[in-house]
Design a protein around this ligand. Structure first.
Ligand SMILES: Cc1cc2nc3c(=O)[nH]c(=O)nc-3n(C[C@H](O)[C@H](O)[C@H](O)COP(=O)(O)OP(=O)(O)OC[C@H]3O[C@@H](n4cnc5c(N)ncnc54)[C@H](O)[C@@H]3O)c2cc1C
Length: 409
């Protein structure tokens, strides 16, 4: 394991930092507030993405023909590490650039790549991922939204749910069932579509944070040209695996306040006895020690991934392990912080809440993080089966046509 940047990596890190210092403010709790005012936030986000693309920091690993720099994945990780220290409004593009466009690059026709990749990279067009349904999340291959061939088009009917950013997206990639007579993984097909197509209805879901970042999306006789099919009919699962593989790489970093921030809060807040700071409280110190061990363990695991990437090797299972560790630690830390803040814990306002309200927004976001990009249980199954080599779960749906499954009716 190598803890240091190579000379080339160090040079790139310095360039990334200079770009970020010139174009973003340092991170603060105020960022969370700004993101809830969507119109102004979106303008700022699009302007930032444009500058990032112009400066050559967007699509770092993509081929030059697609507007990227053709760099090794380690440079993407380094830029992400530096960007996470700033108030960089990149969230609206994460799904499009992290998952949808890589899928398009792998499966779309050349003229389609020419048309769609550049505008997405520059933040002019936003993409969303239409996979999950009310009865198909972890088991996404059990989805029911169907597409039926009609001449040069397909006609789509059904419903998606939890579609992040559908309300501001211009395009989406859509996984549907085209053959209910085949086994569930074999009857799926992937398309991309214009989110303004007639028959597409986006209904925002109201979240406990006060925001509405994800949506229900209904399809009523929506026509999609066959030319917008990604991969062969019935091969949608293989196409979706390309998207999901990119999702696992994208999700995983520590997305909110961590050990250092809760330590700082514990210095500032009084302990339960009323004598001295919370930091002197023995029970709280034991928790702090656990979080420290978890955070350091993750950091060292991350060095292992970085060393592998730096040598041009594929990363190991750390992405799944890191996501479970980070999402659970974030939830534990924010729960403890809200409790420690006592009646200030209910103030979700960066001007009045302790430490600019960094714990309040994360408190409401942490449960979702344990679900998005694979739930804790699904990731544990992956680690058990693919890392530890334990036997697979029993599968009752193998060799059975989708329409004959209880869920398929
Ligand atoms: C913040 C956020 C953003 C999202 N954005 C998108 C998006 O943009 N596009 C999109 O398509 N989807 C999106 N999703 C949906 C997400 O992919 C699903 O919520 C996730 O896959 C879980 O599916 P589910 O909610 O249907 O839960 P279910 O799959 O119904 O799971 C319910 C519970 O059962 C457990 N469980 C399920 N199967 C197993 C098993 N085999 N073994 C053990 N336990 C099991 C789960 O761990 C969970 O605890 C988003 C979700 C969140 C939280």
């Amino acid at each position: 394991m190598d803890f240091n940047d190579t000379a080339e990596e160090a040079k790139f890190r310095a360039e990334a930092r200079a770009f970020l210092e010139a174009n973003c403010a340092p991170k603060s709790g105020a960022r969370m507030q700004a993101e809830s005012s969507e119109g102004a936030f979106m303008q700022r986000a699009k302007a930032y993405q444009k500058k990032k693309a112009e400066a050559g920091f967007a699509g770092l690993t993509w081929a030059k023909e697609h507007g990227g720099r053709g760099l090794a994945p380690i440079f993407s990780v380094i830029f992400g590490q530096e960007e996470s220290k700033f108030d960089a409004p990149g969230a609206p593009f994460a799904i499009g650039l992290g998952m949808c466009i890589p899928t398009l690059i792998a499966f779309a026709a050349d003229d389609q790549k020419k048309r769609y990749v550049g505008p997405a990279l520059r933040g002019e067009e936003i993409w969303c991922q239409l996979f999950s349904e009310p009865a198909a999340g972890s088991d996404v291959a059990g989805l029911k939204t169907k597409a039926v061939r009609d001449g040069a088009d397909w006609i789509v009917n059904g419903q998606k749910v939890w579609t992040s950013g559908a309300h501001y997206s211009d395009f989406g990639i859509l996984l549907v069932r085209t053959n209910p007579d085949a086994e569930k993984h074999k009857g799926l097909t992937m398309f991309f579509l214009d989110m303004k197509s007639p028959g597409v209805e986006v209904r925002p879901i109201h979240q406990m944070s006060g925001g509405s970042n994800f949506n229900e999306v209904y399809f009523t006789d929506v026509r999609i040209p066959d030319a917008q099919r990604l991969g062969e009919p019935g091969q949608g699962w293989s196409v979706a695996l390309v998207t999901l593989m990119n999702e696992r790489l994208a999700v995983g970093g520590s997305p909110g306040p961590d050990y250092a921030e809760i330590m700082e809060l514990a210095r500032r807040m009084p302990g339960a006895s009323g004598k001295g700071a919370l930091l002197q409280d023995q029970a709280f110190r034991r928790q702090l020690a656990d979080w420290y061990v978890s955070a350091e363990g993750y950091k060292l695991g991350r060095f292992r991934t970085m060393t592998a990437l730096s040598k041009g090797q594929a990363p190991g299972p750390e992405a799944s392990i890191g996501k479970i560790l980070n999402a659970n630690r974030l939830q534990d830390i924010t729960n403890a912080a809200i409790e420690a803040e006592d009646h200030f814990g209910i103030i979700c306002d960066d001007a009045n809440a302790p430490m600019e309200g960094i714990f309040q927004q994360s408190y409401m976001w942490a449960p979702g993080l344990r679900i998005a990009g694979g739930t804790d249980e699904i990731l544990k199954n992956i680690i058990a089966e693919r890392v530890l080599g334990l036997p697979q779960d029993a599968r009752a749906d193998k060799g059975v046509a989708f329409k004959d499954l209880p869920a398929g009716r």
